[in-house]
Write a protein that binds this ligand. Sequence first.
Ligand code: ZN
Ligand code: ZN
Length: 435
Amino acid sequence: MEAGGGAMEAGGWARRRMLGEEAGRAGALLGAFAAAVLALRGARRAAARARAPRGRRRGHGLGAPGGAGPACGVLFLGTGVSTGLPRLSCVAQGASPGSPRCGVCWAGWRDPHSPDRRNNVSVLVRFRDRDGRSRHLMVDAGKTMREAVLRWCPECFSAPGSGPGAGAVEGRGGLDAVLLTHGHADAMGGMDDLRDLQPMSVRRGGGSAAASGAGPPACSSLPVFCNRATFEVCAQSYPYLVPKMREATQKREGIERRVASLDWRLIDNTTPFEIPGGLKVTPLPLFHGGDYISLGFAFGEDAGEFVYLSDVSSVPERTMAALRRQPIKTLVVDCLLRRPHSSHFSLGDALDLVRELRPQRALLVGMTCSLGRHDDVCLELARLRAAEGLDVQLARDGLWVEMDEGAVRGARAGAQPPRQRGGLLERLRASWRGH
Ligand SMILES: [Zn+2]
Ligand SMILES: [Zn+2]
């Protein structure tokens, strides 16, 4: 299958494939059928080339904050299993002469632009604040965060005057906040690298900090939202990223080291909160293996605009009940593999949830290689549109999904599906009251 195919195109591929199947059923000669298959492949390659010119494959092109890029939406920084794809084990095995190769990992390894190359699940939410400035919320900063930013959106984090040789700069760059779903390494293993997304804001003593002996320049603290359980894991893993623990170490060592400056903001599992710049976020507690809680989220005042459930093995009934009554536009759902798994949704689990909630569009994330090649699985899923009226696709790294700015701000224009009384926020509050 041609590399570079996008999930958004799966319906088109399916239509072409069905045309081919009908020709076969009509009794066309084998040679004609083979020619049709070749033509189909050629058409797919052409479509893939048209969809993803090489220049754009290197980055999404969101543009710097305040630039002319899209105002409101979600960029998928990563869509893969905790190991990332390609898996080291698959590449190592495939590299040994005569050993069977994993087609997914081999494709992802050989072609850096392949949709089968996947970083840890993470998204970057872009929204506009009340002053019209673009803001960015990163959801999870896992082991592959650095690679994902370099690949898809380095320009998002630029700030006038930041970077080497810059003078004193107040304020931060494009990253305005981080939001963590849970405390596993694929969600928080890249926290150390956040320091390099923080422009230095103060140069002390008129010269370079090192020359003046005043220690490294300071920077604005980056808000990090997470629940207490996740904070405790982060504090154990990165004690130097917790201000009080860092200060104690500095006092003991007599050295100020340059690390990320984070402003930890603890959230509970059910209370909506606001990201700096005015983005409303509603936590959606999920089970992620046994009774371990991971948080899903709904973004915006209209909580059905974009629902994100990245790490889930089962949905608590109270969360499910609240989701069930909410018209959902885009639903992002965990989908590790085909067989059942103890801490993640399988493909069957994910599809069951999609059938239950019937969002306008569902995108699957967290895939490992045993699920199959991206384009093949998208073709398979595209059949659900005709069969059941479901729009389900695999997400891919670099995918951009636009959000309705009015829905995010709570002033959606135009006709809406009928809403039941009480928003998701109210129902969650009510259902979890006293929990
Ligand atoms: Zn593999
Ligand atoms: Zn996890």
